[in-house]
Structures are given as C-alpha cells and as structure tokens.
Design a binder for this molecule. Structure first.
Ligand SMILES: Cc1ncc(COP(=O)(O)O)c(C=O)c1O
Length: 399
C-alpha cells in the first residue's frame, strides 16, 4: 500500500474537535446535548470590528499582504502590548499570522532540530497541540506536571532539575487551559531566575486568555527584566474579542520575526487581509466589550464552581482566569465504576447528555495526577444550570 510519512502519523490532534464532532452527530440524531466543550466565547464579535472588515473589503483590501502582516496591524500590536504588558518593542519584532496556534509549530521548528534530542518543556495538563507539535517536529517532549497540590504551578525545583544542555524551549501558558491558573509576576520572576542560568533556552509565552483574569493583575514573562529577547510572546484576537474564526494572531520576538515571516510565506502567505483590518480595529478600539465579557465570565465562574462543589465526588478549585473550570473527579470515577476521566466523560455524554473534556484531551496524562473534567463556562448561566442538574441526576442514579 502506498505509504504516508512517520511525521504525518506522529501528528496528534486537539481532541476537543473530535468530541465536538461526536456532539454534533448525537444532536443530528435527535439527542439534546448540553456542551461544556467549546473553547470560545459565546458572544458576537463587536460590531465596530465587523464593520472594519466590511470597510476593508469595500476599499479593496482583499489581496495578499506582506507575510508579517499589514503595517497598521503591526503598529496596533506594538501599542497594544505596550499597554497590556508594559513592554516596548519595534514593529519589526511583530509577525501576524492565522491565530496564535500556528506559532506553536513555527516556534518549535525555529528553535529545535529534528532528531537531535532537543527537548521542549510544556505544562501537563496543557493545550494538546504542544505535545503533538513537539513530537511531529522530531523534538523530545518533556511534560512538566501541574498538580493541584502545587496550585497548578510548575514545581520550581522540578523545573530547574528538568533543564539541561539539550533543553531548547519552555512553554508557559497563563491564564492556563485547562486549569484556569494564572501566574503572578513574582512566580514568573522565579522562573526567569532559573532560566537565567541557561542562555540557550527560549520561552514560548502563550497568552490568548490574558484579558480574562479575575483575582489579580495579568503578568507576562516578557515584561520581566532580561526576558524580552528570549521570549516568544504569542497572543491573538480569538478569545479577547470573540473572533476565533477570523484567524488573526501575532507573535513577538525580534530575532525570530524574520524566521516566522518566512514560515508564513511558505504556508499561509498571510493572514486574511480584511480580517487584519478587523484585528487592528479590535486592538486599538475601546476596551469596553472586553471588560463586559470579562465581568460576565467572572460571574459564571463563581456560579459554576460553587455548583460543581455541591456534586458528590466532585471538587473544583476556583480558577483565576480563562473560562475553564478544572474539576477533580477521582471519587466520582470510583462511584461510577469507571477507570478514568475519559470513560466518565463518555458516560456523561451518552447517559446524561452532557459533553465535557477529560485529562486525555490535554496531552498524555501523567501518572498519579488524579482524574479531571474540564467545563468551559463560555456559555449562558441557564446552560450551566441545565448541564449540572443533568450530572446531579446521573450521580443520584449511581448511588
Ligand atoms: C492555550 C491555547 N493556546 C492557543 C490557542 C489557539 O488560539 P488561536 O485561536 O489564537 O489560534 C488556544 C485555543 O483554544 C489555547 O487554548
């Protein structure tokens, strides 16, 4: 049989999309499913942003752009990160692409070589694309556990012990998907202190949820002394302005910007032209829609976490950011007679009509890390109530 490559075979996936397909199939067959799977705000993109795209099309901005993005967008990024991260950068350090996601692959490709044992450290649980891309690019995955006993932070001694001459990249993600943990500046300073002993290690700071922080100030490791040059700061308009399908994001790094541009020239050519104008409008417009969304998420967070903690066998810490609740369900797994959270999620989908994600959706689960389900609260309170009452009934039937 004609063969496909090992590289293609080694590429993982974001299983959230697999679950979403299953949910759609069940709905098409007439089942009523409450879904907590979706990783995108349930708000419309603000009108002034849509208008900017329409205007751009009317003005004929529909052709290719420079691979790094149009000048007004790169300028808007410079001003935006100066406001939100207190860092001063030049426009040629900015590259705009089709969301934040492609920069995960681009960064791993840019700083590791295939099959030379170059190691990439990333959070576990974490966004599944980290592990998938590390493997696919022929680097060595080094997952570092985020345990509840350590408030979902890296154990700093474990981080220090994991670094060696082969380490090329450390991936940070705050606010974090799926735990919702937020790293405060003092903690990022400690990471920076550890990294200061290793001049060849890059940092990928994945910050698409930076606008959704509820109990403290957002901080980026790029704003810490001596970290800007070695940090690849990545953000996008996807979550902040509810623009996941517009596909515009950006990466900031003076040294790697020209490499990223070349990668985009080799793949997408550029982010969609009218959408770049929309993104520029978003970044430079009023912050009001973002604050409204943030306040609403905070209300929903308080609501869902309080309710989850009334369920038998479920314990959920209060997440500081993003729009995810990461509930500990080891006891519920025992009650339900299932071996792990993946099986529990299957049962909830088929028996209770509730879709959630489990540990296995966030990279290979580490041993003894407990069993968890992720609830996205990017959905109305009524939906939260209906989904959780279904789970409550399911649990009652178990006992
Ligand atoms: C941690 C993390 N990084 C990156 C992304 C990708 O976002 P974008 O839509 O900007 O590509 C996501 C999306 O869910 C995410 O959760």
């Amino acid at each position: 049989m004609i063969k496909i490559s090992e590289r293609a075979n080694s590429l993982g996936t974001e299983n959230a999309f697999v679950v979403l397909a299953e949910v759609e199939k069940l709905r098409a067959s007439g089942r009523n499913i409450v879904s907590f799977c979706i990783g995108q705000p349930d708000f419309p993109t603000p009108e002034y942003i849509c208008n900017a795209a329409t205007q751009a099309m009317a003005d004929g901005h529909t052709g290719y752009t420079p691979s790094a993005g149009i000048a007004p967008l790169r300028k808007a990024v410079v001003d935006y990160v100066s406001r939100t991260r207190q860092i001063e950068i030049s426009e040629d350090a900015v590259v705009c692409g089709c969301g934040a996601k492609p920069f995960i692959a681009y960064s791993i490709q840019a700083v590791t070589d295939r099959d030379l044992g170059h190691e990439v450290i990333y959070p576990s649980p974490g966004f599944a694309i980290y592990e998938s891309q590390v493997r696919a690019q022929g680097a060595v995955p080094v997952p570092l556990g985020l345990r509840e006993s350590n408030n979902f932070h890296f154990d700093l001694q474990e981080l220090a012990d994991s670094l060696n001459d082969r380490t090329r990249l450390v991936i940070l993600n705050s606010p974090h998907n799926p735990t919702g943990v937020v790293y405060e500046k003092a903690y990022l300073q400690e990471i920076a202190d550890i990294l200061s002993e290793w001049e060849n290690i890059w940092v990928f700071s994945d910050e698409p949820y930076h606008a959704f922080v509820y109990d403290c100030e957002f901080a980026s490791i790029a704003s810490i002394d001596k970290m800007l040059d070695r940090t690849i700061l990545v953000d996008s308009v996807s979550k902040t302005w509810s623009m996941t399908g517009w596909r515009v994001g950006f990466a900031i790094n003076q040294t790697l910007a020209s490499v990223f541009s070349r990668m985009i020239t080799n793949t997408d050519s550029c982010a969609p032209h009218p959408n770049q104008y929309a993104a520029a409008a978003a970044l430079s417009g009023s912050n009001q829609s973002v604050l409204t969304m943030r306040d609403e998420f905070q209300k929903r967070r308080d609501h869902i976490v309080a309710d989850l903690n009334t369920l038998k066998g479920v314990e959920c810490p209060l997440p500081g950011g993003a729009f995810y609740a990461w509930a500990e369900v080891s006891e519920l797994c025992e009650l339900a007679g299932v071996s792990d959270s993946g099986e529990l999620a299957e049962q909830l989908l088929h028996k209770a009509g509730v879709a959630v994600l489990a540990d296995a959706h966030f990279g290979t689960p580490l041993a003894n890390a407990g069993q968890h389900l992720r609830f996205s609260y990017a959905c109305p309170i009524e939906q939260i109530d209906s989904g959780l009452s279904r789970i409550r009934e399911y649990i009652q039937q178990l006992s």
